[in-house]
Design a binder for this molecule. Structure first.
Ligand code: SF4
Length: 230
């Protein structure tokens, strides 16, 4: 079996090593495919589907997880592809607070997504979790991209403090038994905050600065030690 495959992307031919994803092959050609859940240092899962392209199958394929195949013909920016992306963005806008997600807001503008298209959608409602001195979790701003879960688990930290919680429409990110962060295996490395694309995870000092809290008070609030459960 050949170690390479040749395909066309938007009419341009490219030969790449077998198992190369469509996303990586397109990037080699300088073709930009938008991503949201994808992060270059994390295992791709194809969760958000905004990178979906036409690749000859019955349905569109998520470019971040679909391997190139010999003779494949890929369209990354057809009307169907743009329509799909616009709908995904409209569903996100209808259910999640994206005010601090500049990359997604830029996509909404680029694809002409109508943030008011689904007026009956039930927005996310979650209390803001302020349970440790280091960072806040506001799942009203969470798109379930899973980046924080992955970086906390096998992709980097191996702490396994975060995971999915609940099912279906009500799926969210949570901790084991809903414990506060101080009672989990969290080591407060901050990597989840670093990869979050929406501001759902935010350093507590940043949040307090934004609220206009006095810096001395912020220092006091974010240095106090709290005991873990025995
Ligand atoms: S908290 Fe942030 S990183 Fe975690 S799933 Fe939600 S949006 Fe993604």
């Amino acid at each position: 079996m050949s170690e390479t495959v040749t395909l066309t992307i938007n009419g341009r031919s490219i030969t790449v090593p077998r198992q190369t994803t469509i996303l990586d092959a397109a990037r080699q050609l300088g073709i930009d495919i938008p991503v949201i859940c994808y992060h270059p240092h994390l295992i791709a899962n194809g969760l958000c589907r905004v990178c979906s392209v036409e690749a000859g199958g019955r349905t569109q394929a998520a470019a971040c997880v679909t391997a190139c195949a010999e003779g494949m013909v890929v369209q990354t920016d057809s009307d169907n592809v743009r329509h799909g992306r616009r709908t995904i963005l409209e569903m996100l806008a209808a259910t999640v607070n994206l005010a601090e997600a500049p990359e997604i807001l830029a996509l909404i503008a680029e694809y002409g997504a109508d943030a008011a298209r689904f007026p009956d959608a039930v927005p996310r409602e979650s209390p803001i979790h302020d349970d440790n001195p280091f960072y806040l979790r506001d799942y009203n701003q969470c798109i379930n991209c899973w980046r924080c879960v992955q970086v906390c688990a096998n992709d980097a930290q191996f702490a396994f403090a975060l995971n999915f919680d609940h099912r279906g429409y009500f799926t969210t990110i949570g901790t084991f038994m809903g414990d506060g962060m101080m009672d989990t295996t969290c080591v407060f490395c901050g990597q989840c905050v670093g990869v979050c694309p929406t501001g759902a995870l935010k350093p507590k000092r940043q949040a307090l600065l934004e609220q206009g809290v006095d810096p001395d008070d912020i220092f006091y609030q974010t240095r106090q030690k709290r005991k873990r459960k025995p």
